[in-house]
Design a protein around this ligand. Structure first.
Ligand code: THU
Length: 131
């Protein structure tokens, strides 16, 4: 999948977002090393704390299907700023990109985007090497 296709897939996934409380729809498209792509959206809960972000939805789908080597992820939000993953998602993604080479593509509501590696977004990670 090209970068543009991955971004388009993430943007399309905003339609599936379950976000009646924040009204902030997020879509994600995660590419693994074999080229497979897993999608996700944010899913909110009336009791708030069980809410899951779009990135972790996509990551859980990938891992539960046996794909544990993450290469690229596009995250499309609904605000004027680029939708960079929250801290919890950065940590969660780092489990499956321990060298931090995962490319994170953050997309704004107008489809503009910027990219950075996970290592740039989460330096000095706590990982399995730390245990
Ligand atoms: N959210 C995501 O899905 N991904 C992010 O990177 C940031 C935040 C969701 C969580 C919540 O449903 C809504 O956006 C507002 O925070």
């Amino acid at each position: 999948m090209t970068e543009q296709e991955l971004i388009f897939t993430a943007v399309s996934m905003k339609r599936r977002a379950w976000c009646p409380y924040s009204g902030f729809a997020v879509g994600a498209a995660l590419e693994c090393s074999d080229g497979s792509v897993f999608t996700g959206c944010n899913i909110e809960s009336a009791s708030f704390s069980p809410t899951i972000c779009a990135e972790r939805t996509a990551a859980a789908k990938a891992v539960s299907e046996g794909h544990t080597d993450f290469v690229r992820i596009a995250v499309a939000g609904s605000g004027p700023d680029y939708c960079w993953p929250c801290g919890v998602c950065r940590q969660f993604l780092s489990e499956f990109s321990p060298d931090g080479s995962l490319e994170v593509i953050a997309v704004d509501k107008n489809g503009r985007w910027e990219s950075m590696t996970l290592a740039q977004l989460l330096p000095r990670t706590f990982g399995k090497h730390s245990l």
